[in-house]
Design a protein around this ligand. Sequence first.
Ligand SMILES: [Zn+2]
Length: 320
Amino acid sequence: MKYCAGVDIGGTTIKIGMIDSDGALVAKWEIPTRKGENGLLFMKDIADEIKRFVEEKDDMTMEDLIGVGMGMPGPVLPDGYMEVCVNLDVHELYPARLLSELLGGIKTALANDANVAALGEMWQGAGKGQDSICMVTLGTGVGGGIVNEGRIVSGMHGAGGEIGHMCVEPGETEVCNCGGHGCLEQYASATGIVRVAKRKLASSDRPSRMRDVADLSAKDVCDLAKEGDELALESLRYSMDRLAFILSHIALASDPQMFVIGGGVSKAGTFLTDMISEEMKKYQGIVPMDRYDVALATLGNNAGIYGAARLVMPEEAAEA
Ligand SMILES: [Zn+2]
């Protein structure tokens, strides 16, 4: 049996997974992210962890390891260069090249973490059996990834698939984390959903149970909307409308087979995906918007591991 390692590098923890050539996740573990020395510390940790795993596994040698794929938060250029990765305190680095050196020249690859999650969902998650999907992760921010015919669309500057920062309200006065105004993230992320709901409450005297919640969360808004609270429903529908507006444009730009919704907010389930589908129908496309499935992500936090491993998996094995 041959294996690929998938490494999902976040600001506080690094998730490492070993995936066999049948696509099964055979082991998964986490280590803390040791920042410093421009990424060298955590890269050494990753290399050591992989070597240790191979040593401890009776029926495996380094020869059985096809390669190691990685996902990192930040723009990745086509040649693997990262100008800056703020969360990991990394500047002007070729991370995949560095990891390959630390592991004796093994095959390595790197892509943006949200893009890698989209690839994982396409390969072994909600998009299994398809090769062109668009994934949107509704978490603290809005992450996005477009996979077209099995390949991540990361673009020439690494900005491909950055759906969260597409502008949906040019007149917005509050500033987004990126410095822009009116980004999708300001409306459809967990924090965005709460922001929209609070604005809605402030602009109306109508009763809502949202007024009784001390520290309103996106989950509260979704739960109350499900229970039929009118203001919660209107507010959430507006947030999802802004998302649907963007998805209808992506349908015209890359025309994926389906949209996959992940992240903490997606725990609201089919209530949320049904709402997004419904809102999408308001927008005219070249083909009717109801031809695009809007599905819930299925791999959860493992999507990044699967997608990272898929980066180095040979085509014939990946299709098996
Ligand atoms: Zn933004």
